[in-house]
Design a protein around this ligand. Structure first.
Ligand code: NDP
Ligand code: 2IT
Length: 431
């Protein structure tokens, strides 16, 4: 695979490099897959548009909007929308490419897509966020629908944004199909979607800890980076399983709380008040130290869950974690570890799970939200949670078995990529 033509898209290039350096020779040397490789790296369609919205001073502001339909061989285009100032085509192509294989791993009929905008919801009023969401959907609504393309949330797009986006979709299209997932319950959302990604990565980790190290969460010191949707529900489930989450961060600070972080205090701070993580110190009667964002990986821990953003953990961070005795790194975010950091974990027999496998719980429950809509059913929380557990268990098994068959038991990058690439490529060849 020649990546040179993607030099101006470094994040996407990194995702291609991760995939094509991990595939087994039996795939790479098979002529029937060569043509597939050429096709699979190009999105089916890239939709770009300007989003013109009104701020509270009455000024018209402009942001870029994107939807990348990457590949629908496995089902309708499916993947989140990210609102963050860093959003560009390269990052969305990384995320859309990953989504093809992640969605295949869930076992549900979903293709890969991603979208978003360089709009920054931080510091904006509810009214401005609403104006932006309506303006964004005014451009996007003709392209989405339950039978074509179903977006959801990602960084900067949570329950509030999905509510505005879905209301706008209904208003502009006149339709009320399941064209977005992660919807609030009153708009037809699924129970357990809010929790799904954070719970899912914890279920994946539980299976991996048992299989590789015959151990569990009890008594483990755990670091969870980020403090958004994925990080919060990872904190909750890890704590329920007997682990102690001693550090979390946001894009400014890390907090270190050696006795453990309280889920409800953190949830209320981040979800209800949209506060900054350093404020946590003033909310609890316990030892809490405020550090810089990057200091998080210098703290001694048994397990790490990077749940913030791409490339937040590099090789220097990996060296520190290994030296401090960390035995497992489970990605809740999309590609948070650089490839050389990931390879160092694997080499040192630290369990390492790539995001496309271990964070698939979110999109899996999005798939279950669509299924409930199509069957006109509403499943109880426990039923969705049970299905999520089963899906995560199956993903781990498929990745682990494939890695083992390839003679590289600790390499879940190889496990995930060989299993999913072959599955997608075979479907493309059978068309
Ligand atoms: P949120 O917007 O809820 O939270 C994002 C968190 O990451 C915040 O704590 C944010 O801090 C931090 N963060 C974002 N960008 C940066 C940055 N450039 N540097 C440092 N910290 C940053 O997003 P989610 O929790 O939904 O998403 C987190 C990760 O999980 C992303 O990689 C996403 O793609 C992935 N993911 C999400 C799924 C979902 O269902 N939501 C499903 C699968 C993967 P701050 O508040 O300071 O910006
Ligand atoms: O990266 C991801 O898998 C998500 N942001 C969730 C996508 C979805 O469609 O639920």
């Amino acid at each position: 695979m020649d990546y040179e033509k993607y030099n101006d898209q470094p994040e996407f290039k990194a995702a291609l490099h991760e995939m094509f350096t991990s595939l087994d020779d039996s795939i790479l040397n098979d002529p029937k897959y060569a043509a597939v490789i050429e096709r699979i790296v190009e999105p089916d369609k890239i939709i770009t548009f300007d989003v013109k919205w009104k701020d509270d001073q009455g000024n018209i502001r402009v942001n870029k909007g994107y939807r990348i339909r990457f590949n629908n061989v496995n089902g309708v285009y499916k993947g989140g929308l990210r609102f963050h100032p860093s959003v560009n085509l390269s990052i969305l192509k990384l995320l859309g490419f990953e989504q093809i294989f992640k969605n295949y791993l869930t076992g549900l009929p979903m293709g890969g897509a991603k979208g978003g905008s360089d709009f920054d919801p931080k510091g904006k009023s509810d009214n401005e966020v609403k104006n932006f969401c309506y303006a964004f959907m005014k451009e996007l609504y003709p392209y989405i629908g339950v039978n074509i393309d179903v977006p959801a949330g990602d960084i900067g797009v949570g329950g509030r944004e999905i509510r505005y986006l879905y209301e706008a979709y209904k208003e502009y299209s006149g339709k009320s199909d399941c064209s977005l997932t992660g919807k609030p319950l009153d708009l037809g959302g699924s129970l357990c979607r809010t929790e799904a990604t954070g719970y899912g990565v914890t279920y994946f980790a539980r299976g991996a800890l048992k299989t590789y190290k015959d151990t569990n969460f009890k008594g483990k010191k755990v670091i969870v980076s980020g403090s958004g949707n994925v990080a919060l529900y990872c904190l909750k489930k890890v704590t329920e399983y007997g682990g102690t989450v001693i550090a979390m961060n946001d894009s400014n600070n890390t907090i270190y709380a050696p006795n453990g972080i309280d889920f409800e205090t953190m949830r209320a701070l981040k979800e209800d008040r949209r506060g900054r993580i350093k404020e946590y110190k003033d909310l609890v009667n316990d030892e809490v130290t405020v550090l810089d964002r990057k200091d998080i990986w210098s703290i001694k821990c048994d397990l790490a869950f990077p749940c913030a953003t791409q490339f937040e953990l590099d090789i220097e961070d990996a060296k520190k974690l290994i030296a401090n005795g960390c035995i497992g790194v489970f990605e809740g975010a999309n590609m948070p570890c650089t490839l050389d950091a990931a390879n160092l974990f694997i080499k040192n027999k630290v369990i390492y799970s790539p995001g496309k496998a271990s964070n698939a719980g979110g999109v899996a429950v999005s798939g279950l939200e669509i299924e409930q809509y199509l069957k006109n059913e509403k499943w109880p929380f426990e039923e969705v949670d049970l299905k999520l557990k089963h899906i995560m268990k199956t993903i781990f098994k498929n990745c682990y078995d494939t890695a083992k068959e390839l003679g590289d038991e600790y390499n879940l990058i190889k496990g995930a990529n060989n299993f999913a690439f072959k599955g997608i490529a075979d479907k493309m060849l059978s068309l």
